[in-house]
Design a protein around this ligand. Structure first.
Ligand SMILES: Nc1nc2c(c(=O)[nH]1)N[C@H]1C(S)=C(S)[C@@H](COP(=O)(O)O)O[C@H]1N2
Ligand SMILES: [Mo]
Length: 321
């Protein structure tokens, strides 16, 4: 049941082994060589892995430039990997970076189930090889008012959906993150109901802008950004981009979502970026691009309106927030 899609045309794949997608170079370098890798800022005695070192430790990942990319200035790698929301690793913005090693990603499998003709348990490499990877530079805009521009590496979620062959009654896709309270400190507290869950309507899930990401900045995903595999839905608030996915289920009814469960009046199912609909506790009209001082005006659908607005025609987006 292999579905062949566009191959990367001229970049040799030989260098990119399936393991490279999920195994950190750090593990290969345990022992003598690790001395060299640690000779950066780590040698100065700073606590935790310095971001500059982290980038060197991550396995490189090749990808073709994808369409839809913005040409805006990239958020520095250091910012994108030290200022995160990943409540499994703590609620502080720097917790995911500090506690990144608590996330166990090897081995990893994803269960595809529900209303589909091809359910199953997939290893990560089933998804990555022989499928080509694209680099897409997308904005991610958090409901708390910050945004980043990140060169994500991944592929369209559509490929997984096609492969699963959902039945006609599947109208939504539900996603579930890793549940591992023994290792994930955040899951020993009930800040959210665990595991983290999210969902998309089928047309949103199938939209070509919706990608499954396995890397960023030419490397595999750092743990704090949702390794080994996460969603990126660029026209929605950041919390829809669920990290460290272990389960994808095709369902008939709108599935529960973590933040909606927690605070239904603050977070709806759709959560399209919308400067005209304020969060009950703060305005959503402006955002701060990480690395900048002046706030920017937030764009409808995070600037992706031309591509996605038609999916919401006739819907009252103040009602369906
Ligand atoms: N499993 C899981 N996924 C998650 C979250 C989380 O806490 N747990 N936080 C979300 C929120 S609120 C945001 S803004 C983005 C942040 O992604 P980034 O850290 O890669 O910028 O991840 C989203 N995905
Ligand atoms: Mo967020």
């Amino acid at each position: 049941m292999l579905i062949r899609v566009r191959r990367r045309s001229d970049i040799p794949r030989s260098e990119v082994t399936p393991e490279a997608v999920y195994r950190r170079r750090r593990e290969f370098m345990k022992g003598g060589l690790a001395l060299g890798a640690g000779f950066g800022l780590g040698a100065l005695g700073l606590a935790g892995p310095a971001a500059a070192d982290l980038r060197d430790e991550l396995e490189p990942l090749e990808a073709e430039p994808g369409e839809f990319s913005t040409d805006e200035t990239l958020t520095p790698f250091e910012d994108a990997t030290t200022y995160n929301n990943f409540y499994e690793l703590g609620t502080g913005k720097e917790d995911p970076h500090r506690l990144a090693d608590r996330l166990q990603t090897d081995p990893w499998s994803i269960r595809v189930e529900g209303l589909c003709d091809n359910p199953g348990e997939y290893a990560l490499e089933d998804f990555i090889d022989p499928w080509s990877l694209e680099e897409r530079i997308y904005r991610l805009r958090c409901v708390e008012g910050w945004s980043m521009v990140i060169p994500w590496i991944g592929f369209e979620l559509n490929r997984i959906i096609d492969r699963a062959e959902p039945t006609g009654s599947a109208r939504y896709v539900a996603f579930e993150s890793i549940h591992d309270p023994d290792n994930l400190p955040g899951q020993r507290r009930s800040v959210l109901e665990w595991p983290y869950v999210e969902g998309l309507r089928m047309d949103e899930a199938r939209h070509p802008l919706t990608i499954v990401s396995v890397g960023m900045y030419d490397h595999v995903l750092p743990n704090q950004n949702g390794a080994p595999i996460r969603l990126v839905v660029p026209w929605k608030y950041g919390f829809k981009s669920i990290k460290s996915i272990v389960r994808i289920r095709f369902v008939e009814d709108e599935p529960p979502t973590s933040w909606n469960r927690m605070q239904p009046n603050e977070y709806g199912f759709y959560s399209n970026v919308n400067p005209d609909v304020d969060h009950p506790r703060w305005s959503q009209a402006t955002e701060r691009r990480i690395g900048e001082f002046r706030r920017r005006r937030t764009e409808m659908f995070n600037g992706y309106g031309e591509e996605v607005a038609s999916m919401y025609e006739g819907m009252d987006l103040t009602e369906k927030y």
